[in-house]
Design a protein around this ligand. Structure first.
Ligand SMILES: *Cc1c(COP(=O)(O)O)cnc(C)c1O
Length: 397
């Protein structure tokens, strides 16, 4: 079927949650995808920071094929070798010595919230209150859309979960002022993704760490989007010399196979006990086979250093465009998580880029977001920048 007939059927048969979609993607290889009409695109959105290693990465594909012939699913009633191996790899490369696996980012953040609540409960000092940031994004379940500091995601789903307060992102003093005796958890993205690719001021995360320690509040980082090498370190908070108590992961952990994870420091681990939290699918042998292959690839010598270099290269190319196009307000980001803020809404730019064969997306109304595969090469970055240059030229921006 071609793009047009798939679109007509979709509009009739799928719930209308995603708005207008014009093309169906049917194949991917490395940095490229192809649509149902056979057209090729440079994929600089990676399925929203999921296919960080590009499409059908040989190591991940081989691991999945092997596992598909061996064992798919047994439930968490049994030990699973790949799940244990993935936890060991994550522990070796992070502060978090303990792991729980689930299936998505929202579900990981639900796990973070439940772990924090029960951590205080078992200590006999219940502190159910949560502080998150304005413009944050933490997911679409009822608890995580409450944690999300953007009313557009919440409207119509009231009543929301009680006990969440929102503070301006990047302002440590405002965060401290919002702490009450009820506050048990601060949940932050180390770089805000959905909210506009916002990098906090240097020292912000360390200041929040110090405040949480001093005021007796758990600190969790939502690294669902920033994790798995996206910003040039395995986890974005590793740019600074601090660690949270709890971390959530998902998106690129399986390079496209649905998997999420909650990791925590040993001192927090007694928040969960047998029977307190569970999932049927979470961490099954198939999903964790992908996760192991992803971790092995990302932590190979030189890989992440290379991502940092590519991030500098790409942002330099975009900064040259900013000089020539009045419509650009700012280029910002970290590693290969890159935002281009415009004076006006960017929906037409995203459409023009797609028409010109480069996939990218938005992060809020005025920010164009690039999430290139971490395996993209200099030529691909040059092509994406040149395509944006031409698209803006044609639009008179
Ligand atoms: C995408 C995202 C989520 C939600 O993940 P899902 O897998 O869509 O539930 C949560 N937090 C952040 C920072 C994200 O970018």
């Amino acid at each position: 079927m071609d793009n047009q007939s798939l679109r007509e059927t979709a509009e009739r048969i799928l719930l209308n949650t995603y708005g207008e979609r014009k093309i169906a993607l049917v194949r991917g290889e490395g940095v490229f995808v192809w649509d149902a009409d056979g057209r090729q695109y440079l994929d600089f959105f990676s399925g929203i920071a999921v296919c960080n290693l590009g499409h059908c990465h040989p190591a991940v594909t081989a691991a999945l094929k092997k596992q598909a012939d061996t064992l798919w699913h047994v439930s968490n009633l049994y030990l699973m070798e790949n799940q244990i191996r993935l936890a060991e790899l994550l522990a070796r490369h992070s502060f978090a010595g303990r792991w729980f696996f689930c299936n998505s980012g929202a579900e990981a953040n639900e796990g973070v919230i439940k772990l924090a609540r029960r951590y205080w409960h078992v200590r006999g000092t219940p502190k159910p209150g949560i502080i998150t940031a304005q413009n944050s994004f933490h997911g679409r379940t009822l608890a995580t859309l409450t944690a999300t500091g953007q009313t557009k995601y919440q409207a119509g789903f009231e009543p929301l979960m009680p006990g969440v307060r929102y503070v301006p992102y990047g302002d440590a003093e405002a965060l401290e002022s919002a702490i009450t005796p009820d506050t048990g958890l601060v949940l932050l993205e180390p770089v805000q993704g959905e909210g506009g690719v916002r990098v906090p001021p240097t020292g912000y995360l360390a200041a929040v760490r110090e405040i949480c320690d001093r005021r007796g509040v758990l600190l969790a980082f939502d690294e669902v989007q920033t994790g798995m090498g996206r910003t040039g370190h395995l986890f974005a908070h590793q740019h600074e010399q601090i660690a949270p108590d709890i971390i959530s992961l998902a998106k690129a952990l399986g390079n496209g196979i649905p998997i999420g994870a909650v990791g925590c420091a040993e001192r927090v681990a007694d928040g969960f006990a047998p029977g307190t939290h569970a999932t049927t699918f979470g961490g099954n042998p198939l999903a964790t086979a992908a996760g192991v292959a992803v971790m092995e690839t990302l932590t190979a010598p030189g890989f992440l250093e290379n991502v940092r270099d590519k991030g500098v290269l790409f942002m330099d190319l975009l900064r040259q465009l900013a000089i020539r196009h009045e419509s650009i307000v700012e280029i910002r980001g970290k590693g290969l998580m890159v935002g281009v803020e415009f004076r006006n809404p960017v929906a037409p730019v995203v459409a023009a880029m797609t028409d010109n064969g480069v996939l990218c997306g938005a992060a809020g109304p005025n920010v164009l977001r690039f999430l290139p595969p971490l395996v993209a090469e200099p030529d691909h970055f040059a092509h994406a920048a040149a395509t944006l240059d031409r698209a803006l030229e044609e639009m008179g921006w």
